[in-house]
Design a protein around this ligand. Structure first.
Ligand SMILES: Nc1nc2c(c(=O)[nH]1)N[C@H]1C(S)=C(S)[C@@H](COP(=O)(O)O)O[C@H]1N2
Ligand SMILES: [Mo]
Length: 397
């Protein structure tokens, strides 16, 4: 039997291939395909919104200009280790199990049971630990492994779901528990020929009991398949890998847990770090993005309204400055939103360039804890937590 995904791909081939092969060059734009497919992503990826990178899709930072504070699901980046599974809510259950439960008895939650528990709604960004990674190479001349994201591996949404704290309580978490480990139902991840098992990462109990939710809605709709339907974890302010999609089970343990996602991946390795790597990464860092394509062309002699976004996982944003002369002079931008924890703010600044030729635009965020983006990020081999000011190239004509 053809799986849903294969059938879809087949349909796409049947519909698009003959059109592309036979239509004259004057074919109306409406006949254009939805964009390059990423293997394993189900939603359309129009090229004006997404850049496909392997099994992942990055939101073009310039495409965020058309969106509000919340990122619509059809604009939200996708980071898949393998491919999006199609799970029916009627087949789904969550199993909570392990040495950290009273009597070590596993407890199952059906979708209906989970939805009947008290719900909470909170706005939070999900941002990949590798967001901005490509700038280690293009701006700092350093070699890193991993998906070459620019600044679009982030989105903000309003998530509704159940507190993980409540689920652990109903499951009978004992006072000796130290770690929990949510695990996805997507296919096992194979890296360099080694099967690492299903995507999973330990979470310290203190964070699990704090602000983590098991979300079943995104921006008022059921979670889309690509974003974890029927239920995903949302770990506010932490790197994206903590927010496990397609949640299937949670191990609760009275001894510390490990997985490749907190030992080999998502630690800092390299000369500036301990030989065995840093501690497992937890919180995301601080960034800003300009909502223009890299290398955009702007007309000299007229005023441009520059727009962008700024965010910090440590605290609400305090200010965003821009420099249009490569970093010699800075001025404050206007913030369009009230800065909040776990969210981002939109900023604007007017700029009237007078000369023509290449130029660099820089945006720099400072948060209320006093963190400011540095001129350079400290290198790590896997290119995580890029926090430096991006030198955004433009051409003035
Ligand atoms: N089960 C599962 N959960 C996962 C992943 C995955 O591949 N499988 N990717 C993680 C990573 S690395 C990130 S950055 C976020 C991305 O969430 P999104 O695809 O909804 O944007 O999901 C995380 N949760
Ligand atoms: Mo990620």
């Amino acid at each position: 039997m053809i799986s849903a995904l294969n059938r879809r791909d087949l349909l796409r081939l049947l519909i698009v291939a003959p059109a592309a092969a036979h239509l004259p060059a004057v074919a109306p734009a409406a006949a254009a395909p939805a964009g390059p497919a990423a293997p394993g992503i189900l939603k359309p990826l129009p090229p004006e919104i997404f850049t496909v990178r392997g099994t992942n899709a990055e939101t073009k930072p310039a495409a965020l200009r058309a969106t509000g504070l919340l990122t619509p699901a059809d604009h939200f980046f996708v980071r898949n280790h393998t491919s999006t599974p199609r799970i029916a809510e009627s087949d789904w259950k969550l199993t909570v199990w392990g040495s950290g439960l009273h009597g070590r008895r596993p407890v199952d939650f059906s979708y209906g049971r989970l939805r009947s528990l008290p719900s909470v709604t909170r706005t939070a960004v999900v941002e990949c630990a590798g967001n901005g990674r490509s700038f280690y190479t293009t701006q700092q001349g350093e070699t890193v492994t991993g998906t070459a994201w620019t600044l679009g591996a982030i989105g903000a949404a309003r998530w509704r779901g159940v507190r993980l704290r409540d689920v652990l309580h109903y499951a009978g978490v004992s006072s000796s528990a130290v770690d929990v480990m949510p695990r996805g139902l997507d296919d096992p991840f194979v890296s360099n020929g080694v099967d690492l098992g299903r995507v999973r990462r330990p979470l310290p109990l203190a964070k699990a009991l704090d602000d983590v939710i098991l979300a079943y809605e995104m921006n008022g709709e059921p979670l889309p398949h690509d974003h974890g339907f029927p239920v995903r974890v949302i770990v506010p302010s932490w790197i994206g890998i903590a927010s496990i999609k397609w949640l299937g089970d949670i191990e609760v343990s009275d001894t510390p847990l490990a997985s490749p996602w907190n030992t080999d991946f998502y630690r800092l390795f390299g000369p500036a770090h301990p030989p065995s790597g840093s501690a497992p990464l937890a919180r995301q860092t601080i960034k800003s993005a300009i909502e223009l394509p890299l290398g955009a062309t702007l007309e000299a002699g007229r005023t441009h309204r520059l727009t962008g976004r700024a965010w910090s996982a440590a605290a609400p944003v305090r200010e965003v400055e821009i420099s249009t002369d490569g970093g010699s002079h800075w001025r404050r931008t206007r913030l369009r939103d009230t800065p909040r924890r776990n969210g981002w703010v939109r900023w604007t600044a007017d700029w009237r360039p007078h000369r023509t030729g290449p130029a660099e635009l820089l945006a720099r965020t400072t948060d209320r804890s006093g963190n400011t983006q540095p001129a350079r990020s400290v290198h790590n081999t896997q290119g995580y937590l890029f926090d430096a000011v991006v030198r955004h190239p433009v051409t003035l004509v």
